[in-house]
Write a new protein. Structure first.
Length: 138
């Protein structure tokens, strides 16, 4: 383990995860810098370019594990496409269907008038809003 991996190692341990070589390599890519949205395929390609030896299955498993412990937030844009967001605060998204880009929207940018009452015995834990946009036809 490199000395620079120590903060990531501690974060993983604090979330009950073993800091394996693959988890640390992926965490370094995900959390080194500004918040971002990644797909498993994009992160896999980025990891390979960085010299990390990880399979696509390991990337999927790690993203799901990070999401389960609250390090990431999964944003499903359609039945075949999910992104993983390093920004886990409450916020909404714009999804550019033509390019596949996902962009954050501040909660204050959206006003939702009324939510339905949750079913008996449940509570609303979070509201996820994805606004899909496409280029205007000329």
């Amino acid at each position: 383990m490199q000395r620079s991996d120590a903060p990531l190692t501690e974060i993983l341990k604090r979330h009950g995860m073993r800091p394996t070589r693959q988890r640390l390599a992926l965490a370094k890519l995900l959390f080194a810098g500004a918040n971002r949205h990644v797909s498993a395929e994009n992160l896999h390609e980025e990891a390979l370019r960085a010299g990390a030896r990880v399979s696509l299955a390991t990337v999927y498993n790690t993203l799901n594990q990070f999401t389960a412990v609250g390090l990431l937030r999964e944003v499903t844009v359609d039945s075949n496409r999910s992104y993983f967001d390093t920004n886990t605060t409450d916020h909404h998204h714009l999804y550019f269907q033509d390019t596949g880009r996902l962009e954050d929207l501040l909660p204050s940018a959206v006003r939702i008038g009324r939510l339905p009452d949750p079913p008996e015995g449940t509570t609303i834990s979070r509201v996820d809003l994805v606004i899909r946009v496409t280029a205007r036809p000329d």
